[in-house]
Design a binder for this molecule. Sequence first.
Ligand SMILES: [Zn+2]
Length: 249
Amino acid sequence: MTAYDDDYAEVIARSTEAGVKTIFTIGIDLESSRAAAKLAAHHENIYATVGIHPHHAREAGAEAYAALAQLASQPKVIGYGEIGIDLFKDYAPVDIQTKVFKEQLALAKELELPVIIHDRDAHDSIVRILQESGPYPAGGVIHCFSGDREVARQFLDLGFHLSIPGVVTFKKAFELQEAAAHIPLDRMLVETDGPFLAPEPWRGKRNEPAYTLFTAEKIAQLKGISLDEVARQTTNNIAALFKIKVVEK
Ligand SMILES: [Zn+2]
């Protein structure tokens, strides 16, 4: 996203300093997918995903899918998404969002890529669609997980990983904190959702990869384990799920 245009080199440097080993930059439409693939091609520890976000569902179609499949053939493109349904912002009609989500799930399956799923106020629809259209042998992640313990269980049963955003550090995020305490560590990831959802103590500011440290610290506290264990296991999880080699920096 354009939020990092002016200082992305500093953002990357701060993430390395904070111990972040790997950054994913996420496609949300064709243009950003191209930019993500390009950025990843130029940085050893940056990987890209490609796809059309539900906000941009109207831009999807045969031509866009062909271009995305082409991008996905690049070695640093390791996942397909964000794809999904967003009933909160509702930028595109829900029937179009649903159609485009199903089409891209099929494409990701054909490309044998893990999927990155955007679920905003749409838990039931997404669980149902994944049940009907699965299984997904390459797996995937429910990014920015925002459900409770029961929703978490449904996604875990479907074989998906759950990615915890900085929201878990917010004082009143009781449901998410309870869910995070119970999600098995070997099925959990941490993320920024940058530039959004910065964790405490940066809440309300621009988010960046270095701040995942605060999210990981909160998870360690909730689970009563060490930060080191959270860091090691979540790093191993992304390496296994996205079939990448994590570079020690
Ligand atoms: Zn999202």
